[in-house]
Each structure stands twice: as C-alpha cells, then as structure tokens.
Design a protein around this ligand. Sequence first.
Ligand code: PMP
Length: 389
Amino acid sequence: MPPLPEVFSFMEKVLEKRREAGTLRSLRPMELMDGGRVRMGDRVLVNFSGNDYLGLSRDPHILKRGEEFARHFGAGATASRLVCGNLSCTEAVEKKIAGMKGFESALIMASGYQANLSLLAALCDRKTLIFSDRLNHNSLIQGARLSGGKIIRFRHNDLSHLEKLLCDAPEETRKCIVTESVFSMDGDVPDLEGLTRLAEIHKALLLVDEAHATGVFGDQGMGLVKPGMAHAVVGTFGKGAGVFGAYVAGPALLKDYLVNEMGGFVFSTALPPSVMGMVDASLDRMAEMDAERKHLAALGDQLRHGLQYLDFYTGASCTQIVPVMVGDTKKALALSAHLEKEGFLGVAIRPPTVPEGESRIRISLCALHSKEDVEGLIRAFSTFVHIQT
Ligand code: PMP
C-alpha cells in the first residue's frame, strides 16, 4: 500500500487518543445462531448483547413471508414513496401498525436512526425549545441538533426538573418534549402518564421513542405508549421485531405533514418488499407472544436478583435490559473479556455511548434464553468478583 496522504493524519490522532482511553471500537465477525447464541471464531457464546428480545430474527414464518413478498413485489422499491416506490404492501403494513398501536396513522421509515433524525428536524424549528431527557439516544440528540432548536436537557426521568424548566420557558414559544419509553443503556422507564400531563399543561408536543419497548411491552407487544399519551411515537423493527426498519405513529395530520416535510422520508428510497414481508409477519408473531414476554420479564428479575446479591449495581433497570455498572472503562473491558472466556457475550459499553465514568456491561435478555443460561451468567459474574478480590 502506498503511504496515505497527509489529509488522513487527523484520523490517526483521533484513533490513538481512543486507544489510550480504552474507547477504541473495532468490528468483529460473527454469526447469529439459534437459541440466543452467537458464533465468534470457533466458539459459540450465549448472546447477552443483542436486541432480538423475542428471538424472532430466525423465525421461519418471518423468513418465508420475506421470500414471498420479494418474489411477488420485486427486490427493491426502486424509488422514494412519493415518486414510484409506494407499493401496496408498504401501505398495508402501515395500516396494520396503526391498527395494532391504536393510532390513526403510521409512516414506515428506513431505520430508527433515520426516523428520529428526520422527525425532530421536521417537527422543530430554530425557535422551538426541545426538552430532552439527559440519557436520550444519539439519534434523538442529533435530530434535535439538526432542527436548529434550542436543546434543554432535563435530568434523567426527573419530571420535577422538567416541570421547572417548562415553567421557566416563555408560554408562547413552541415546545417539544423528547424521551424514550425504555432507555437503551439503562433499561428503565419514564413516567409516561406524568409526561403526558406536563405536555398537556405546557402545550408541548410529546415525542416518545419506543425502540426498546417494541415487541417487549404493551398490548400485542406494541410498546408502552397508549393512544392519547404522546403526539408522535417512533418504534423500530430491528430489535424486538427481529427484522429492520421503523415507523412513526400519530394522527393522520402528522402523517400528511411528514410526507411533505420530512427529508428522511421524501428523499430516501422506500424499504424493499422482502423487509416489508418480514415486518408484516413479525407483527403477527409479536401479537401472540405474551408467554415469551412473561418469560423475558422473569429472566430480568432473576438476573437482577442474582447480580444484586453479588453486590453489582443494576441502576433502575426493570426491563429486559440490565446494565451492570462498573464505572471504570478498563475494568468494564476486563469484565467483558472474562464473561467471554466463560462462554457469554456481554459487551462493555463505554463513553461516549454512556456518560464519562459510567462504563458498564449492558446485558440484554432474549426470550430464547433459559433460566439456566441466566444462572450461568450470574456464576460468571461471581467468578470475576473472586478474581478481583
Ligand atoms: N432509538 C434508540 C433508543 C435506539 O437504541 C436505537 C438503536 N440503537 C435507535 C433509536 C435506532 O434504531 P435503528 O437501529 O432502527 O436505526
């Protein structure tokens, strides 16, 4: 390889800094396997780091409908929805989502990241005050930035803090409150009824990201936000639904507005029919998986109890996402390596994904895991404690 031109040198410096801080990331090859397992090299590990919460990513019904839709409708949508990519299968899936969620309309988007980014940019302008939970996902933060609105961060899940900030804001200014219904790195949930009340009192638009609640909570697995609670909801299909893509749900007026004003929708090719088929089947499967959701909740309780007994702190987690707080980044990496040696994938989450000094192992459970898998994981955490002491 010839030497790289000087223009690349800043990249080396950035990566070197990360290497020193223990925050350098790199890609590892892997194959997802049945039973909530993952193959890495010549080893099969129990996967406690994926977001396939219901274990649907290898579901035969879902794969079959994806094939059928591809054969019938073609490989790609070939254009944006407004040009000639608005296929009947996409419209049908949108109707199904809206019906299941109990909202007037739904609009399918390419991914949750793209949905959040372009939704906030479309809903807020430079004069909007955006009240954003301090732990909101990067896509929500970037969307708020893209809108040009003024971002006011409130303390995580702290509604009295949010109320004070709302009271301090001028009454006539447009306001938007943004939060998640299950926080991705902490596995805790906000007081959605309280947020709805505050939004009503202060005439603020309430936007809730249901990325980690989709499939796992609510009627038919459609999340924690009930009709009448939020003005706009984002759900994703790449996690609990096991497929790919996202949706925005809200009143029909919101959909009409977004179809005209949301750049990430207007200027992007529609999702391919195979994905629409798989999402369609996944929604059917999600609707009938109450037993799996119950099992997932029981695994969460089992894991939290086991870890707390070992004196690990799991924050306010009450869902399928269980953070094991470590603090120091290098220690989190050592713990992750130890888990891997013991046969478990539990990836260390480091800044900037989480705040400085709050590195952790983010354990995410899957309905395909057994009680014995979780017991084994707790044992692996306990042997780390012994090595350390
Ligand atoms: N919102 C939250 C809270 C997330 O955790 C993620 C994924 N990490 C996204 C949105 C983005 O969704 P997608 O992966 O579909 O782009």
